[in-house]
Design a protein. Structure first.
Lengths: 476, 281
């Protein structure tokens, strides 16, 4: 008898026996295994007397996943994390910027002068490349060094699965995967990281939905823009006592709007291009474990902060060189930057924005972090302001919110500009790092284009609508 | 990735000659010419990745939520002059190949034929974890149960009699608290002894289900399997899978890779399958 006949004999026997036994052999086996596991456990484990003991874990679980309190607690915890991040980052951010911008930068310029560098060389190197890098480091490093460990601690403690549990119902009713709650939460730190995190979703359909909608989670690069603009324009228009609260509420509502858009777009995609049933998954709520604080801080700084910062710096250096060059090459009495601003001004007005903001968003495709400094710099240039900042093409940081408001008002900004800038900050194309990550993860030009253009088109439509309505109602 | 060389026990005492005091050298990702392959199986969120990191010195990110280990991770360590390759399998509740994760884990234990499979179980959730243990024991003889999170069990005032458990399961059971490195030296020693054959295991296997017709069919089929593939270590389990219509097992019978198992060869097919499965689509 050859090996082949043995094999086919065996398979035939198996087929025949399978018909005799029926389809439910799987269930019998599972039942037998369960019974055996129960017997063995019974013999090996001695339970304490738990009749009337207060079970802390179960009580916490009941609270944080309850229908009534689950969402408020979630919002409160996330707000606390962001509040700690924003407040805590303020001081080191200021220290870093005074060191890198006020001390090292003039020293570099002096050095360049003493070496007899031509103006354009010290301009490109120190006013372009170095300054943009310094700005990204001073603005991004402190929040990341606080936010990532905090987030990892929540994860380590066991809270994230509860968030997923709470959001699961909402996500699956939109036709998406419950684990998208986790990847969205990762996106609040960095969309590129959120896109990579979608690997936890098995179904390609649901994974694509999670990738495309991740951009609606506001990332680290966008929080500073929202916070600054809301405090400058919205906070300052109400009594001082309420200013902090109002601007915080504005930022939180933009973030909540992002979550709602995530649901809406997920629902839209799963009803149109990405049709299908949402898959069921079982999520075990793990026990709460005391987090290992030092180790968490170490690994989250090494694994996350350093890598994200490195990428941001690599993007900011060429962007800084470009901005400096555009502002210093003159064509027919105007710098190239001014030409671009003038060209986009009409379209910007339609959107309730302006040419400066659009140019800033084009220049900031590599990293959203440089939107605000680019806007300020270009506004100073095109509004013909003198005596502020450090001159053509130099990105600077202004000390007080009043100064920012003065510059922007001189540039023709209104409350509409501020609100629409915040909306556009939430709803526009992802940064180039995220776009590259999306391509790496999907290996599809088509889906990368969808993920890039869909939010951009949405953002243009929404700002056009709000601007038109506001103007028709005569509010501005 | 760092390469760390350190010992878990301070030597120099009278215990220095004890085999438990053999040096652990963590090799991180540097692994060539290993002598033994160790598979790390377990339910999600039982601290598998923590055990993996404790043994290899790697810092694979661990997190307190299930599904952390998306792909298969590998690392190496040297213990008692032998080099071990450690494969961290995705966490699963079962090995019935219902999902990609389960298939990766099942295929590796079945076709990869690790020299020892360490099954990490959560001491506070023993009953559910034992379902996976019993399934692993159906497939392989060379297994060790790593009874992890005993610190949490203590906190919950649970008493787990690991000797009794070892007797019932027929394989060694080592209590550990991997986050505190507690029990890791003992785990290493026991794993090496199972891999080298110093410890003979007699894993508990299901003798019968509640269904006499099914049992009869399993007996017939496993008899034929043993005749066709002498030395097959898990004929009853293969029979059960065939009765469940497992296409992959049918294929393994057809292309002869099941025959390789009975001879103790590691099939090549499995490495291909694992590379494909490694990248989640």
């Amino acid at each position: 008898m050859t090996a082949n006949t043995t094999a086919s004999d065996l398979l035939n026997t198996a087929r025949r026996l399978r018909q005799e036994v029926g389809e439910n052999s799987h269930d019998h086996l599972t039942e037998a295994l369960f019974a055996e596991a129960a017997r063995i456990t019974d013999r090996a484990v001695t339970h304490p007397d738990t009749r009337s003991r207060f079970d802390l874990e179960r009580t916490i679980d009941r609270l944080v996943t309850s229908r009534r309190w689950g969402f408020p607690i979630m919002l409160l915890l996330l707000t606390a994390v962001f509040w700690i991040t924003i407040e805590g980052a303020n001081v080191p951010s200021r220290m870093l910027s005074s060191l890198l911008l006020d001390t090292v930068h003039p020293a570099l310029n002096d050095l360049g002068a003493s070496l007899g560098m031509p103006w354009w060389m010290s301009g490109v190197l120190f006013d372009g490349a170095y300054l943009s890098m310094a700005w990204v480091v001073s603005v991004m490093l402190p929040p990341m060094a606080i936010f990532f460990p905090l987030f990892t601690l929540l994860e380590d403690f066991g809270y994230l699965p509860r968030v997923a549990f709470n959001l699961d119902r909402l996500f699956s009713s939109t036709g998406a995967h419950g684990k998208q709650a986790l990847t969205m939460t990762m996106g609040f730190g960095c969309n590129a990281a959120g896109v990579i995190a979608t690997r936890v979703i098995d179904s390609p359909r649901e994974r694509l939905i999670a990738i495309i909608t991740n951009n609606f989670a506001i990332c680290n690069g966008r929080w500073p823009t929202l916070i600054l603009i809301s405090s400058v324009f919205l906070g300052s228009s109400v009594p001082a006592a309420a200013a902090g609260l109002i601007s915080a509420a504005a930022v939180v509502s933009i973030a909540v709007l992002g979550v709602l858009l995530t649901f809406a777009v997920s629902w839209f995609l799963s009803k149109t291009w990405l049709k299908g049933e949402s898959s069921v998954f079982s999520l075990e709520l793990p026990p709460y474990r005391p987090p290992r604080i030092l180790q968490t801080i170490y690994t989250s700084i090494i694994d996350r902060t350093a890598i994200v910062l490195y990428r941001a710096v690599m993007m900011a250096v060429p962007a800084g060189i470009l901005i400096w060059t555009l502002s210093n090459i003159t064509l027919a009495d105007q710098s190239l930057a001014e030409h671009m601003v003038g060209f986009l001004d009409g379209f910007g007005w339609l959107l309730g924005l302006n040419g400066v903001i659009l140019v800033a968003y084009i220049l900031a495709i590599p990293a959203n972090e440089i939107v605000i400094p680019t806007i300020l710099m270009l506004t100073v240039l095109t509004a013909g302001l003198t005596g502020v900042g450090a001159g053509a093409g130099v990105m600077f940081e202004l000390d007080s919110n009043t100064a920012v408001k003065d510059i922007l008002s001189a540039g023709g900004w209104t409350a509409l500009t501020a609100v629409n800038l915040m909306l556009f900050s939430l709803i526009h194309n992802p940064c180039s790092t995220t776009i590259m990550t999306i391509y790496n993860e999907t290996k599809s030009v088509k889906w990368t284009a969808v993920a890039t253009l869909l939010p951009l088109i949405m953002g243009l439509t929404i700002t056009l609508t709000t601007a038109t309505i506001t103007r028709l109602m005569g509010w501005v | 990735m760092t390469l760390r060389t350190d010992t878990l026990h301070a030597s120099g005492s009278a215990c220095a000659t004890c085999p438990m005091n053999q040096h652990l050298e963590r090799l991180g990702v540097k692994m060539t010419n290993w002598d033994y392959v160790v598979a790390l199986a377990g339910n999600p969120n039982t601290g598998k990745s923590t055990v993996f990191n404790a043994l290899t010195g790697l810092r694979q990110h661990t997190g307190n939520w299930p599904g952390k280990t998306v792909a298969r991770a590998e690392g190496g360590f040297q213990y008692g002059n032998k080099r071990y390759k450690l494969v961290d399998l995705p966490g699963t509740y079962s090995l019935l190949a219902a999902s990609v994760d389960e298939e990766i884990a099942r295929d590796f234990i079945l076709f990869g034929q690790p020299d020892v499979t360490a099954i990490v179980v959560d001491a506070t959730r023993l009953e559910r974890n034992l379902n996976l243990v019993l399934q692993v024991l159906e497939i392989t003889n060379k297994a060790v149960v790593c009874l992890n999170l005993v610190d949490e069990a203590r906190r919950h005032k649970l008493i787990v009699d690991h000797r009794r458990l070892a007797r019932d399961l027929g394989v060694p059971v080592v209590p550990t608290a991997a986050r505190q490195n507690e029990g890791i030296p003992e785990l290493l020693q026991v794993m090496s002894e199972v891999a080298t054959g110093v410890i003979e295991t007699r894993p508990r296997r299901l003798r019968s289900t509640a269904n006499p017709a099914l049992d009869a069919a399993v007996n017939t089929l496993s008899g034929q399997l043993e005749a066709a593939f002498p030395g097959l270590p898990n004929a009853r389990w293969v029979a059960l899978r065939l009765l469940d219509g497992d296409q992959q097992i049918e294929r393994a019978i057809r292309d002869g890779s099941l025959g390789d198992l009975s001879r103790g060869d590691k099939t090549q097919a499995v490495s291909e399958r694992l590379t494909i499965a490694e990248v989640p689509a």
